[in-house]
Design a binder for this molecule. Structure first.
Ligand code: SAM
Ligand code: SF4
Length: 462
């Protein structure tokens, strides 16, 4: 029986039972925030059954690799990580399990390909982890079926595990109903299911009660949320919680960017002025082949409305270079879009053909689906990233001399330094003692240096 817990039940103790043996779990996470959040839930679930986190894989009784399947490189990274963990299994009988999107896509194949993997499970089976660990003593298996949307219960976060932290992820929905032709996510994460709004708000309330100040609502396509209200209403309900100071969310599809959501950015100051709005390409022809459902003009119209609603908002994006049939002109259009939008930052990738996707089925089938040679795609990516580095550096340089509000997240990289983020999500380092700027405090910092990807400054007060 899966251990699914509804909100409203008393929290389960995370501590081991008295006298019970303590087993240690090491989690290696690849990929997005959804995976990071799933990994936290897995550790919490095991924590209710006598498990403790291991700092190193060599100390673990169970190694869990939580995978990403978005690009092929992720697959190679998984195989090389598993190769490293193999010796621990041989030496101390460590159980090795593979979770996440690649597990879902590969199923039993992964057990055949990697004989020292003990079990494999997809995202819908996360809550059964303690039972699966027990089962692994008897057999090797793959659990990758889907749960009915009506039956699915979101694993509850354990607020106690977040005590002492300034920020936390809260799952708002899972899956994706879109059909972007490059993307494997609908295949690995299944149909969209929204978590009931009451559960989301209650989890945020519980997190704020243990000191969390900033919540990030997450989902593959979070702005298409439909958990009893729309996404804009959900944001307002979370914002009404007195203990929550900052709200973020990720990630959003441009065609679900509603007027109501834009109005929330204008009116609700707790919703931080940062929006990740992946565009993928600056060419309408490429966007149509990607099945993105918007043109560049439509994207920019929404982009402009967001900027008008919240002047100074930092808008970030994703680009793919070398999508099938992308011509030099198509790529130049992506560069022009980058210049026009002056994105605060962007994440860009070379197109990676993925199984079970529309684009891979059509690759090479017609001139407009011609494969872009890898060296051409890589050269385009480098130009895109070089331009973005200049734009990001100039966005950061514009903050020099200003005073920014920083939510302190914890120690910086060096002794005597602290680290936190501005409302626009820029990373800031500043010299201070832990008691001057504890995690969760809102500090005022004067920016004295702007680097390529972060700011540093002097503490002015709180
Ligand atoms: N749901 C988000 C959206 O609609 O924009 C994106 C989620 S996806 C996991 C994150 C990013 O990975 C995408 O925005 C895209 O740029 C990139 N990506 C996805 N599939 C890819 C592929 N096959 N090759 C290269 N990049 C890919
Ligand atoms: Fe993938 Fe498109 Fe869904 Fe984003 S919206 S997860 S890119 S299919």
């Amino acid at each position: 029986m899966p251990e699914l817990v509804r909100l409203g039940q008393p929290p389960l103790a995370a501590a081991p039972r008295a006298g019970g043996p303590r087993r240690a779990v090491f989690v290696h996470t690849f990929g997005c925030q959804m995976n990071e959040s799933d990994s936290q839930r897995m550790v919490e679930l095991l924590g209710r059954r006598d498990w403790v986190p291991a700092a190193l894989p060599e100390e673990a009784d169970l190694i869990l690799v939580n995978t990403c399947a978005v690009r092929e490189k992720a697959e190679q990274k998984l195989l090389s990580a598993l190769g490293r963990y193999r010796e621990h299994r041989a030496r101390r009988g460590t159980v090795i399990a593979v979770a996440g999107c690649l597990a879902q896509a590969e199923k039993e194949r992964l057990l055949r390909r990697v004989p020292y993997v003990d079990f494999v499970f997809g995202p819908d089976h996360l809550a059964e982890l303690p039972e699966m660990v027990a089962r692994a003593a008897r057999e090797r298996f793959a659990e990758t079926g889907w749960m009915d949307s009506e039956e699915y219960l979101f694993p509850r976060a354990d607020p106690e595990a977040a005590r002492g932290r300034a920020t936390a992820f809260v799952t708002a929905m899972k899956g994706c109903d879109n059909v972007c032709s490059f993307c494997i996510v609908p295949h690995t994460r299944g149909r969209e299911v929204s978590r009931p709004a009451e559960e989301v708000v209650e989890e945020c309330r519980q997190l704020s009660a243990v000191g969390v100040r900033e919540v990030t609502l997450i989902g593959q396509n979070v702005n298409s949320y439909r958990g009893g209200c729309d996404f804009a209403t959900l944001l307002r309900r979370v914002a009404a919680l007195p203990g929550v100071a900052r709200i973020r969310f990720t990630t959003s599809h441009p065609h679900d960017l509603s007027q109501a959501l834009i109005a929330t950015f204008r009116e609700e100051r707790k919703v931080m002025p940062h929006f990740h709005l992946p565009v993928q390409s600056g060419s309408d022809a490429v966007l149509a082949r990607m099945r993105r459902d918007y043109t560049v003009a439509e994207y920019l119209e929404r982009f402009d409305r967001l900027q008008a609603a919240r002047p100074g908002i930092a808008i970030t994006t994703d680009f793919i270079a070398g999508f099938p049939g992308e011509s030099d002109e198509d790529f130049e259009a992506s560069l022009r879009l980058l210049e026009r939008a002056r994105f605060d930052n962007s994440f860009s990738f070379v197109y990676s053909p993925r199984p079970h996707t529309g684009a891979v089925r059509r690759l090479g089938s017609a001139p407009e689906w011609a494969e872009v040679p890898r060296d051409v795609a890589v050269a385009r990516l480098e130009r895109l990233q070089a331009l973005q580095r200049r734009l990001s550096a100039s966005a950061l340089a514009a903050r020099l001399g200003t005073e920014v509000e920083v939510l302190v997240e914890g120690p910086g990289d060096e002794e005597g330094w602290r680290r936190g983020r501005t409302p626009e999500n820029h990373l800031v380092h500043f010299a201070a003692a832990a008691d001057q700027a504890p995690a969760g405090a809102l500090a005022r910092v004067q920016v004295t240096r702007a680097g390529g990807s972060s700011l540093s400054g002097e503490l002015r007060g709180r």
